[in-house]
Design a protein around this ligand. Structure first.
Ligand code: BGP
Length: 467
């Protein structure tokens, strides 16, 4: 049984759906020069083959889309604020009023239907200027710029938004320094010390956001957001078990600092033994003690780890990868599907922290086919998506029975949008089909998929009816 006030809903990110990349004073973000996601080189300038420049035109069509979310019964809608709409370069003293107004209107529209906004402050969309002129989060100055930005939006939306996330999938910076941390230095030239310095700056900035947010409105609920990915030992060999533990530590460090307020011993050891030296001030250590109200995470895949170098091959997967699991099937993009892993993650995080948990991303990226139904309406028969989501919701319910405190569930890409990793539109996650293709064609019209009606029933019955 799901708790009475369970927050059912869906999630998107500004850069993957809004488009309007130069409208109303918006500055460029790093996404505007990433036409191929993390799979290809960045461009010097925005180019027409970059599907994010138009996205799904959410900037102009959000009213129509929120209405559809309301029709499904959403209690919560997760989106991000594009930092470069508010501070176009990121280092200005004063914000861009037109950018602020857009989010006022968007949050008002959500509230009109009783939908609670859940807002990510930084979702892979650092202003490009900060990347090019400061090397992104490697530079300590970004802490001040971020503080100014979050103070501005917290003050502005303090009566409209209650739930906030500081950085999307903060641990992904280890794998994708440019997309996740706005770090311009090419990955192969970036030293581990600089990388971990950037990590530290983000962790400090995140704690600042929690402190500032609670001062502005004590009712704010502020969470961290981790890319969660269970790491299983490939075999029962104790060396594999330890390899799994060590790989897991790299990710858990981020949640540990957010929840406990200090670096765990294993992280200090890792840095020591890898010649990583970072500068940390006394003030930083104090600020880190501002811990989060809840722990949110994305969940798509699990991976395996092994101590045997010959078996240590990397499979496909959500930004951070690992050794494929021989027991699991994969999506069309090679992401291994593991609903039981969700119950495992929920239990692990709950046992570790005893903090409320929030699943803020989960879903299946698939190729969809628009067909005409018996009633003449265009739709997508996405039974595979329904199956995927049902299997995961069942495991959420198991975890709740285990005693886990779960606040809510926002499926990823509740409306089709541009993929983060591949920048494709044909990798669709939505309950709502958007007629837009990777060659830039399409009417941008919206169509309800079969899963739209299914999810509506799930929400209506508070998770009791999953068939
Ligand atoms: C997460 C990101 C999202 C989202 C999702 C699906 O890593 O937080 O922004 O896109 O994964 O990934 P993709 O779009 O690559 O299929």
């Amino acid at each position: 049984m799901f708790p009475k006030n369970f927050l059912w809903g869906g999630a998107v990110a500004a850069n993957q759906c809004e488009g309007a990349y130069q409208e109303d004073g918006k500055g460029l973000s790093i996404q505007d020069v990433l036409p191929h996601g993390i799979k290809g080189p960045r461009s010097e300038q925005p180019t027409d083959d970059n599907m994010k420049l138009v996205g799904i035109d959410f900037y102009h069509r959000y009213k129509e889309d929120i209405k559809l979310f309301a029709e499904m019964g959403f209690k919560v809608f997760r989106t991000s604020i594009a930092w470069s709409r508010i501070f176009p370069h990121g280092d200005e003293e004063t914000p861009n009023e037109a950018g602020l107004q857009f989010y006022d209107d968007l949050f008002d529209e959500c509230r009109k239907y009783g939908i609670e906004p859940l807002v990510t402050l930084s979702h892979y969309e650092t202003p490009l200027y900060l990347a090019e002129h400061y090397d992104g989060w490697v530079n300590r100055d970004l802490i001040e710029f971020y503080k100014r930005y979050v103070t501005t939006v917290f003050n502005r939306y303090k009566d409209k938004v209650k739930y906030w996330l500081t950085f999307n999938e903060i641990n992904s910076i280890l794998e994708s320094p440019f997309m996740s941390g706005g770090i311009n230095t090419p990955k192969e030239k970036l030293s581990q010390s600089d990388l971990y310095q950037a990590v530290h700056h983000e962790l400090v900035a995140s704690a600042w956001a929690t402190k500032i947010g609670h001062e502005i409105n004590p009712d704010f609920q502020i969470g961290c957001m981790i890319l969660s990915m269970p790491v299983y030992p490939l075999t029962a060999d104790p060396s594999d078990v330890l390899a799994a533990m060590e790989q897991d530590h790299k990710n858990m460090m981020f949640a540990d600092v957010h929840v406990r307020g200090y670096y765990p011993g294993y992280a200090k050891r890792y840095m020591r033994e890898h010649g990583i030296s970072i500068s940390v001030t006394d003030e930083d250590m104090e600020i880190l003690k501002n811990t989060v109200d809840f722990v949110s995470f994305s969940y798509y895949v699990s991976v395996c780890a092994t101590a045997d170098p010959e078996k240590n091959v990397r499979g496909e997967g959500n930004l951070l990868g690992g050794v494929p699991n021989p027991y699991l099937k994969a999506s069309e993009w090679g992401w291994q599907i593991d609903p039981k892993g969700l119950r495992y993650v929920l239990n692990t995080l709950w046992d570790r922290y005893q903090k409320p948990l929030f699943i803020v991303e989960n879903g299946l990226g698939a190729v969809d086919k628009l067909v005409q139904g018996a009633d003449g309406e265009w739709t997508v028969e996405d039974d595979y998506r329904i199956q995927y989501l049902r299997d995961h919701i069942e495991q959420m319910e198991e975890a709740i029975k285990d005693g886990v405190e779960l606040m809510g569930y926002t499926t990823w890409g509740c409306i089709d949008l541009v993929s983060a990793s591949t920048a494709e539109l044909r990798k669709r996650y939505g309950f709502i089909y958007v007629d837009r293709n990777d060659d830039g064609t399409g009417t941008l019209n919206r169509y309800k998929k079969k899963s739209f009606y299914w999810y509506k029933k799930v929400i209506e019955s508070n998770g009791a009816e999953l068939d």
